[in-house]
Design a protein around this ligand. Structure first.
Ligand SMILES: [Zn+2]
Length: 77
């Protein structure tokens, strides 16, 4: 279910509502002022926000230690 963001014209507060597609065009009221809020950009735009998919390199895992290259010294195990 998509999240829609609304902005209250009276108190200028943003709030999010989880609504179905069929409800997306229905008016949403600010909880504070009970006035109809204006819908902002749909959440689909924010979902595609630049997301860093970088994963940290996995250390360890059977590689040799700093003291040898044969993976067989005392510090390797
Ligand atoms: Zn308000």
């Amino acid at each position: 279910m998509p999240i829609y963001e609304y902005c209250c014209p009276k108190c200028d507060q943003n709030f999010d509502l989880l609504r179905s597609f069929s409800q997306s065009d229905e008016p949403a009221k600010c909880h504070e002022c009970n006035v109809e809020a204006k819908r902002l950009v749909s959440a689909f735009a924010t979902f595609s926000k630049d997301y860093s998919g970088l994963s940290a390199p996995i250390s360890g895992g059977g590689s040799s230690c700093a003291g040898c290259s044969a993976n067989s010294c005392a510090t390797c195990n």
